[in-house]
Design a protein around this ligand. Structure first.
Ligand code: F1P
Length: 576
C-alpha cells in the first residue's frame, strides 16, 4: 500500500467535490474486494478470518485473567491513534460489564501524538521497547499488537523484535497492509534487524501460532501514502472484529466462530454502503470545507462521545498529511480530556492546539468565527439534544455556515422533534440512519465510528484537494521529519521531475537547509540529522521541485512559491 499510486484517483486534483467523494467511495470499497485474480489475501479472506479467530481466543483468555495479562496495541501516527480509540472503546465495554480493563495503547511520541504530528519517534526502535516494557510491567502474559500500515515503522519493529526475544510472556501480532515480502528492508540504526527480517521471523513462528500476521491487501490509498484513510479504517475493522468476538465469548458464552467474525466484518461493508449512499450530503460538506480553506479560513468539528474522537483524530492528521496549520481544521470534544481519558490526562499546558473541549471552542474560537468558517456538529440520537441545540444556537449567532452529521437509529421518532429544531439551524444535515438490528448486535457504535471516519476523511481530504494541496494524487507538501517521509519525498521528486535520485536528494537538502550551495557538513550528515533540521523548514518538497524543474536559485524559487502557493498550478505554470 505504501508506495503505489492509485490509478483511480490520478486526476483527483482536478475533480469536483462530487467526483472526489465518488472516487473515495470506489477506493474505500476496494477494501472489501475479493481475492479472485490476486495472490494476496484480502480483508475477508479465509486466512485473515482464521487468524482473527485465533487472536480473539487469546484475548478471551486475557479477559478472564486480567491481573496477570493484558492486550497492548501500538503504532505511530494514525496507527497509534487507532490503538487509542480501539482500546478506549473496548475498555469501556468491559467496565460496563464490571470487568477489569485489559487493553492498553502505545503511540510513538506519547499522548501529545494523539493530537499532533510527532513523526521523529517513529524511527526509534529502542523507544518502542522502553514504552512496551513500561506498559507491561508485572504482567505474565501479553498479547502485543503492532500496527504499521506500510510494515515499515522501526518503533514497531523494535517492539516486535523484543516480543520475539521473550516468547514466555509476549505473543506478537502484526497488523499492516502490505504483503510480507514488501516489508521495509532498510537498515535501522544500531540494530541488527530490519522490519522485513522481523516479519520473516514472525512468519516462521506463525506456523505454530506463536505469532500472528494480519496483513491483507486493501488497495492503494486515494492520496498516495495517506495510510490514515484505508489503512486506518481496515485496522479498525480487523481489530474490532477480533475483540468483539472475544467479548461475546466471555460475556454471553457465544463461541468464537468463523461466521461470527466474518459477519462482524461484513457489517462494516454495509457501513460503507450506508455512508456513501449520502454522496450529495458529503459533497455539500466537502464544498463548504473547501471554500473555507480556500479563503484561509477554518473548519471546526464539534463532536459528542466517541465520534468526537474521530473528529480530533481527523483534524490532527491534516498537518502532517497536507502541511496544514493546526488552526485550519480543528476538532473539539464534549467533556474535553475527561471524555478522552488518555494515559497522561490533560495536555492543555502543551499549547493552544491541545485545547480540545467545547468550552475551549466557545472561549477561543467562537468570538472570532465568521461566515467563511465551516462548523460541523457530529452527534447521535443518544447524545443530549438540548446541549447540541444550545451549541447550534451559539454558533448560528456568528455564522450560518453550520452543518450537522447526525446518526440515528431506524424508527427512532422520540429524538426527532428536538432534532428538527437543530436541523432548522443548520445549512445542511447529513442524516445517517442505522437499522435496528445494528443496535441488537452491538455493532452500532463501531459502524457509526467508521462512518464518521469516512465522512471526515472525505471532508478534510476533499477540502485540501480543492485548496490545491495535491498534485495528481500525491501530497507534495509533505513533512520530511522521519526516514520514511524523507525517502518518500525523494521518490516523489524523482517521479515528478524525472531527474536522477542524486539530483533530487540534493535539491531536497537545499530546500531543507535553505541554501544554494550545500556544505560538506550537510552532505555528509545522516538522514536523522536532515529530518531533525527539516522540522523547522516549511514547503520543503514544493521548493525542491521548483528548483529541480526551473534551475532557479533558492531565493527565486521561494519568492515564486510565495506568489503561487497552489502547487498544482504553480508546477503546471513552470512545466509549460
Ligand atoms: C505511520 C504514519 C501514518 C501517517 C504517515 C506517517 O505509518 O504515522 O499514520 O499517515 O504516513 O506515518 P505506518 O507505520 O502505520 O505505516
Amino acid at each position: 500500500m505504501g508506495k503505489k499510486s492509485n490509478p483511480l484517483t490520478r486526476d483527483i486534483d482536478r475533480a469536483s467535490a462530487y467526483s472526489i467523494v465518488k472516487m473515495l467511495q470506489v477506493c474505500d470499497s476496494q477494501m472489501f474486494q475479493k481475492e479472485a485474480g490476486t495472490i494476496y489475501q484480502r480483508l475477508l479472506s479465509d486466512q485473515v478470518v482464521k487468524t482473527l479467530m485465533e487472536v480473539a481466543k487469546r484475548v478471551e483468555v486475557i479477559i478472564k485473567d486480567p491481573q496477570e495479562s493484558c492486550v497492548v496495541m501500538s503504532g505511530c501516527g494514525t496507527s497509534g491513534r487507532l490503538a487509542f480509540l480501539i482500546s478506549s472503546g473496548f475498555n469501556k465495554a468491559l467496565s460496563q460489564l464490571n470487568q477489569s480493563e485489559v487493553y492498553s495503547y502505545i503511540i510513538a511520541g506519547g499522548d501529545r501524538a494523539l493530537l499532533s504530528s510527532q513523526e521523529a519517534p517513529e524511527d526509534d526502535p529502542r523507544l518502542g521497547v522502553l514504552n512496551l516494557k513500561k506498559v507491561c510491567e508485572g504482567k505474565k502474559r501479553v498479547l502485543f499488537i503492532g500496527i504499521s500500515c506500510g510494515l515499515s515503522a522501526p518503533f514497531v519493529a523494535g517492539q516486535l523484535d523484543f516480543c520475539l526475544q521473550h516468547p514466555e510472556v509476549y505473543t506478537p501480532v502484526l497488523v499492516g497492509f502490505n504483503p510480507a515480502h514488501q516489508a521495509r528492508d532498510e537498515p535501522i540504526q544500531d540494530c541488527t534487524f530490519t522490519f522485513h527480517s522481523v516479519v520473516q521471523r514472525m512468519q516462521e513462528l506463525a506456523k505454530s501460532q506463536k505469532a500472528f500476521l494480519i496483513n491483507p491487501a486493501v488497495g492503494p490509498e486515494a492520496i498516495s501514502g495517506s495510510s490514515r484513510m484505508k489503512g486506518g479504517s481496515a485496522t479498525k475493522i480487523l481489530l474490532e472484529a477480533a475483540f468483539s468476538a472475544a467479548h461475546a465469548a466471555t460475556s454471553s458464552n457465544t463461541p468464537i466462530t468463523h461466521n461470527g467474525v466474518l459477519q462482524h466484518m461484513m457489517a462494516y461493508e454495509r457501513t460503507l454502503a450506508v455512508t456513501y449512499s449520502q454522496t450529495d450530503g458529503i459533497t455539500t460538506l466537502v464544498e463548504a470545507a473547501g471554500q473555507s480553506l480556500q479563503c484561509s479560513r477554518h473548519v471546526y468539528y464539534l463532536g459528542w462521545g466517541s465520534l468526537a474522537l474521530l473528529g480530533l483524530i481527523d483534524a490532527s492528521e491534516c498537518s502532517p498529511t497536507f502541511g496544514a496549520d493546526y488552526e485550519d481544521v480543528r476538532g473539539f470534544i464534549r467533556g474535553g480530556y475527561r471524555e478522552l481519558n488518555n494515559n497522561d490526562g490533560p495536555l492543555t499546558s502543551l499549547g493552544p492546539k491541545f485545547s480540545i473541549a467545547h468550552e475551549d471552542f466557545l472561549h477561543l474560537i467562537l468570538p472570532c468565527l465568521t461566515d467563511k468558517d465551516t462548523v460541523l456538529l457530529i452527534y447521535t440520537h443518544s447524545d443530549d439534544a438540548t446541549e447540541v441545540g444550545n451549541m447550534a444556537r451559539r454558533v448560528r449567532e456568528k455564522t450560518p455556515n453550520l452543518h450537522a452529521v447526525y446518526h440515528q437509529a431506524d424508527g427512532d421518532t422520540a429524538a426527532s422533534l428536538q432534532q428538527d429544531d437543530i436541523k432548522k439551524l443548520c445549512l445542511s444535515t447529513l442524516k445517517i440512519t442505522w437499522p435496528q438490528e445494528a443496535l441488537v448486535s452491538g455493532t452500532l457504535q463501531h459502524m457509526r465510528e467508521l462512518s464518521t471516519k469516512l465522512v471526515l476523511n472525505a471532508v478534510s481530504t476533499g477540502a485540501h484537494v480543492l485548496k490545491g494541496k495535491i498534485y495528481q494524487n500525491h501530497m507534495i507538501d509533505l513533512q520530511v521529519t522521519n526516514t520514511k517521509l524523507y525517502r518518500r519525498a525523494t521518490r516523489l521528486l524523482q517521479k515528478l521531475s524525472a531527474c536522477p535520485e542524486e539530483k533530487c536528494e540534493e535539491a531536497l537538502l537545499k530546500a531543507i537547509y535553505r541554501v544554494d550551495m550545500l556544505t560538506l557538513e550537510m552532505t555528509s550528515s545522516d538522514i536523522t540529522t536532515h529530518t531533525c533540521f527539516a522540522r523547522n523548514s516549511t514547503k520543503v518538497v514544493p521548493l525542491a521541485l521548483v528548483i529541480l524543474l526551473t534551475g532557479w536559485s533558492l531565493v527565486e524559487a521561494e519568492s515564486h512559491l510565495k506568489q503561487q502557493p497552489i502547487v498544482r498550478e504553480a508546477v503546471a505554470q513552470w512545466m509549460w
